[in-house]
Design a protein around this ligand. Sequence first.
Ligand code: SAM
Length: 293
Amino acid sequence: MSEQHEQTAAGGTLYVVPTPIGNLSDLSPRALRILGSVDVIAAEDTRTTGAMLAQFGVRARMTALHEHNEEQVVGTLLARLAEGQSVALVSDAGTPLISDPGYRLVGAVRAADLPVIALPGPCAAVAALSASGLPSDAFSFFGFPPPKPAARREWLSAHRHWPHTIVLYESSHRITGLASDIAQSLEPERTVALAREISKRYEQHWRGAAPDMSDWLSADTDRQRGEFVIMIAPGPPRDPQQHIDDLLRPLLRELEPSRAARVVAAALGERRNTVYRRALALADDADAPPASE
Ligand code: SAM
């Protein structure tokens, strides 16, 4: 575990280079060597990256690559790589492509069969998960949840039975909204965790029951500032009978029981007859007059 083979960037290679998410010392010596030796750095914001590199006394040639121009600059960068130049891709903070630009560039470089090397490094999602104590054997990173409350609650309800730890990013503008939607959409005993300002002066990690996150945030308005990662423990397994009913009910408003049963049986890999019997029972219940008082 002591290799230090590449002293400078190799020609024709795209390097995906993570940068600090709050603490400059997290820029690895290897990242610094690559950033200091590539022919060009494709940066989400050239001023942000320029300022960071200046702290290390590095001056580099840069070009902007952000969500609004990625499509256009991919061609130019591909041509440079094909000519044998080396390129580093960086975002403002953390690992490029993780809720950050770069996916189109890396896709195009791989499609052109040119080498892509990813340097391991800072990523808020991984740092937060690794300190959360929530199951980490399998997890799902979904980036930012829907910004509007109604869509966000719908999203949370749709993922109530998600079998792995959910990792989400959130900004300070929406953190209290997300916390209150989590309290409304998940069972009260669900464990959730929050990591705030990772690697910065006021870093905090909190973990507790879903309804308590809002209280923790409102206990001190300073806790609502900065950058957040929210994690949700895996959901309880879905009751198979309940799952069938949940799918059948809306379908029975539009379809005959036999057709609704066929759709649900195919979707869930269940026996058609079993689902059909249940569809008939639900359809009967729906037709029955309300019980008299
Ligand atoms: N590419 C980055 C990464 O690898 O983590 C993420 C970029 S994304 C545009 C920015 C979001 O990441 C923030 O809104 C926040 O949710 C999360 N984030 C970034 N830095 C963070 C930090 N120091 N502490 C907590 N969350 C952070």
